[in-house]
Structure formats: structure tokens, C-alpha cells
Design a protein around this ligand. Structure first.
Ligand code: SF4
Ligand code: SF4
Ligand code: SF4
Length: 190
């Protein structure tokens, strides 16, 4: 295709229009972002993991049963401990994966050997009922890498969250739908 000469007036006009369009779009984008930053279109309910005291009501008070609240794992915070107190309860008769040794009442916390002495812990969301038992003991004796969150694909977005009404420490709050999770391994500014 033949190149358009630099001095061609039709080309200058074309470039001027393009730049005007780009500038207009940029201004509109900034204005839109500013508006979004000030007043998000939609808010959703979420657990603030720094306030939650694992009282057990996230399991029992949700209108959904099992609850829309599930345990999630901040792998970046985990020590990959061989003796994980989120996984083993304090009076475990032995340190193997038998059900009677586990903190989790539903077997939702899975343990996988990585290399001596490290183990990886993952949550089977289908089995988790959001009771917070593993979260509590991980926080008491470990790094606190397990925490509770309302899963966006499950939550019904009730006008008034039944758990928020029952929560003793006001740990359930509304967050913008564009940033629906309050992650423990990400700074508040991110
Ligand atoms: S009701 Fe509040 S304190 Fe209790 S587990 Fe849920 S978020 Fe945590
Ligand atoms: S102990 Fe409770 S919160 Fe933790 S994985 Fe099991 S069901 Fe979920
Ligand atoms: S908004 Fe409704 S469905 Fe979602 S966590 Fe709260 S009670 Fe459960």
C-alpha cells in the first residue's frame, strides 16, 4: 500500500481527528473511573477477615444451607507446616489424615505432602460449611493463612445479609462489586 506523505493535508486532518478522539476517550475514561471510585454501581456483602472472630454464625445464619461462606487459603502467608493446627485438632490421637485427628468436621481441608517437612493445605469448597474452626486454630497457633469469605458465585446478594445482622463484631460489610473479596494476602491499597 502506498505510504501517505507527511505534508499531505488529508493525513494531518486524519491525525488531528484521531488525537482528538483519543483525548476525548481518555477524559471520559478518567471521569468515569473517578465517578466509579466515588460511588460504585453495586455493593456486595463480604467478610472482613481482620475483624472476624470465628464465632460460628457464618455457618448457621446464612439463608443458604450450606452457607455461602467458605474457607479460603492465603498460600503466600502459609508456613506449609507439617504440624498444622488448622488441620490437626489439639487432642489428635495421631498425626495422620484419619478423620478423628482433623479439626475440620467435614474433611474439607486437604493435606498434601510437598517435601520434608512441608505440606500443602487446600480447601474443598464443596465440603466446606464455613464453620471457621480451622480458621480459628490456624490463627491461634499458626500464621493465620486460612480465613472466611462470602463466595460471590454462591451468595444471593440479600438486601440485608442475615449473617451481618447476627455477627457479634460487625465483620460483614458491604464492598464494591468490582472488588468483592477482602484478601488477607493483599494490602488494603492494592
Ligand atoms: S458471624 Fe462474624 S465473627 Fe462470626 S464467623 Fe461470621 S464474620 Fe466471623
Ligand atoms: S473447618 Fe469449617 S471452615 Fe474450615 S474447611 Fe472445614 S468446614 Fe470449612
Ligand atoms: S447475603 Fe444472603 S446468601 Fe449472601 S452470605 Fe449473606 S445471608 Fe448468605
Amino acid at each position: 500500500m502506498k505510504p501517505v506523505p507527511e505534508h499531505d493535508p488529508s493525513r494531518r486532518e486524519f491525525v488531528r481527528h484521531c488525537l482528538a478522539g483519543v483525548a476525548g476517550a481518555a477524559v471520559a475514561g478518567v471521569a468515569g473511573a473517578a465517578a466509579l471510585g466515588q460511588r460504585p454501581d453495586r455493593w456486595v456483602w463480604q467478610v472482613d477477615p481482620h475483624r472476624c472472630v470465628q464465632c460460628g454464625r457464618c455457618e448457621t445464619e446464612c439463608v443458604l444451607q450450606p452457607s455461602a461462606v467458605k474457607c479460603v487459603h492465603a498460600f503466600a502467608m502459609c508456613g506449609y507446616c507439617k504440624l498444622c493446627f488448622g488441620y490437626f485438632h489439639a487432642e489428635a490421637p495421631s498425626l495422620d489424615s484419619a478423620a478423628e485427628n482433623q479439626t475440620c468436621p467435614t474433611g474439607a481441608l486437604r493435606r498434601r505432602f510437598v517435601e520434608e517437612p512441608y505440606y500443602e493445605y487446600t480447601v474443598d469448597e464443596e465440603l466446606c460449611v464455613g464453620c471457621g474452626k480451622c480458621v480459628k486454630t490456624c490463627g491461634q497457633f499458626g500464621n493465620g493463612s486460612l480465613y472466611l469469605q462470602i463466595k460471590r458465585d454462591l451468595c444471593l446478594d440479600c438486601n440485608e445479609c442475615a449473617i451481618a445482622r447476627a455477627c457479634p463484631v460487625q465483620a460483614i460489610r458491604r464492598v464494591p462489586a468490582t472488588t468483592p473479596y477482602l484478601r488477607k494476602d493483599v494490602a488494603a491499597s492494592e
